[in-house]
Design a protein around this ligand. Structure first.
Ligand SMILES: [Zn+2]
Length: 454
């Protein structure tokens, strides 16, 4: 009977006993090197099929170029930094916030991390050997070695001296539990998005009175994140969209919304009367009364802005705009020189400016904010909707957008060079070169390298 398991094990034993890998290196030692860069895995979890597939592919290259007569040095590494180990340490220590880490002392916390970081190294060694990969695991490097850390600082210094580093503020996806922003790639992972059911609401913003309508006039805006309403500073409309002022025959109020979306609110034309049609661009600068009084003196706020990102696909065609909690919101408010308001702290809780909800975790405050607005008659519609929402892949907390001071690598500056170099790379399959790789570089934003951890 053919027993592949048995044969494989015999071969592994033969390689080990006769030091075949070492000999394959020794024999080409004086030959031209083939440089092999390998991203080190975290030793903070067990190896899985994803690692194994990658590992086998990597092994093929080393062996191939060795057979072609090149010297291919292969040394294993361990990635020791960042949240994977910190989350394990926090669990082990029974703590769960930055405050607690600082209270116990950063050195003590880091020492504990260091003691746990190679917990699964033994299991890794077994698996890597079993799949037949040739790599030197005995002399492995660790990213927590000072020698390694210094090389990272050296690289950072090169970037700094070339003018590729800047400090800025960006709207980033943020985990309020880990108290850290997440990179786009960390949110694009399979397990980041989940379908959730939430209340979405349509709110009415009272416009400054206009004689011609002799009734109360309100702009309607839709949101799936009621907790951002206390930070509302503007309403944005699309300059090219048609809007209407219409009178609701039942309550006699006049409402402003996109013409295309009237059907979202009225079942038949008997229920309302159109008073005026108006292009979005003519609404620019129109003033309204703030929903809450928290930021009533904020500079240049509570006016209509024009933004091409506004669509008439859902909602009302009028976008509630809070610069601290959305990328488009931030950009448009910057353009109109609206003063920033950021009333949420690094743990996702309202600060004292939002006095009615101070200390409340934003994701838990939606219901109360809806109640609050309902009491003051500012809500038109509450509707449960199901939509995809991103969660922290490390701790499964609901993420939020937040304005964060951060250091960036200026990718725009080096983009032309990246594109040029990419042309010389032998991509497989070949269409990647003009396809995904080129697109990824062309659309890459600046790289946020700040991490607010230990
Ligand atoms: Zn998290």
């Amino acid at each position: 009977m053919y027993e592949p398991q048995k044969i494989e094990k015999e071969i592994l034993e033969f390689w080990e006993k006769n030091k075949i890998f070492e000999k394959s290196l020794e024999k080409n030692k004086e030959k031209k090197p083939y440089i092999f860069y390998d991203g080190p895995p975290f030793a903070t979890g067990m190896p899985h099929y994803g690692h194994i597939l990658g590992s086998v592919t990597k092994d093929v290259y080393g062996r191939f170029w060795t057979m072609k007569g090149r010297y291919v040095r292969r040394i294993w590494g361990w990635d020791c930094h960042g949240l994977p180990i910190e989350n394990i340490a926090e669990k082990g220590l029974g703590i769960n916030s930055r405050d607690e880490i600082e209270k116990m002392g950063i050195k003590k916390f880091n020492d504990y991390c260091r003691s746990k970081v190679l917990e699964y190294a033994g299991a890794w060694k077994e698996v890597v050997k079993r799949i037949g990969r040739w790599v030197d695991m005995e002399n492995s490097y660790k990213t927590m070695d000072n020698e390694y850390i210094e090389s990272v600082w050296w690289a950072f210094k090169q970037l700094w001296e070339k003018g590729y580093i800047y400090e800025g503020e960006k709207i980033l996806m943020y985990c309020p539990r880990c108290s850290t922003p997440l990179a786009k790639a960390e949110i694009a992972m399979d397990n980041s998005y989940k379908n959730i059911k939430e209340d979405s609401i349509v709110v009415k913003f009272k416009l400054k009175p206009e004689k011609k309508f002799n009734n109360n006039v309100y702009a309607l805006a839709w949101t799936t994140t009621p907790w951002t309403l206390p930070s509302n500073l503007a309403l944005t409309v699309n300059p090219d969209l048609e809007y209407v002022y219409l009178r609701d025959k039942s309550d006699k109020n006049v409402y402003l919304l996109a013409k295309k979306l009237i059907n979202n609110f009225f079942k038949n034309p008997e229920e309302y009367e159109i008073l005026e049609e108006i292009k979005g661009r003519k609404l620019e600068g129109k003033e309204y009364e703030p929903l809450f009084d928290y930021f009533k003196n904020n500079k240049n706020s509570f006016k209509f802005l024009l933004g091409n990102f506004v669509t008439a696909e859902d909602g009302t065609g009028i976008v509630h705009t809070a610069p601290a909690f959305g990328e488009d919101d931030y950009a448009i408010c910057k353009k109109y020189k609206i003063e920033m308001a950021q009333p949420v702290d690094d743990k996702g809780k309202f600060t004292k400016e939002v006095k009615d909800f101070q200390g409340k975790f934003v994701h838990d405050s939606n219901k109360e904010i809806i109640e609050f607005l309902k009491k003051s008659g500012k809500i038109v519609l509450i509707k449960k909707i199901e939509h995809e929402y991103p969660f922290c892949y490390r701790c499964e907390t609901k993420l939020l957008y937040r304005a964060i001071p951060a250091w960036f690598v200026d990718i725009q500056k080096i983009k032309p060079k990246l594109l040029k170099i990419s042309q010389k790379i032998n991509w497989h399959p070949e269409f990647l070169k003009e396809g995904r790789v080129k697109y990824t570089i062309e659309t890459a934003p600046d790289w946020n390298i700040s991490r607010n951890r230990y």
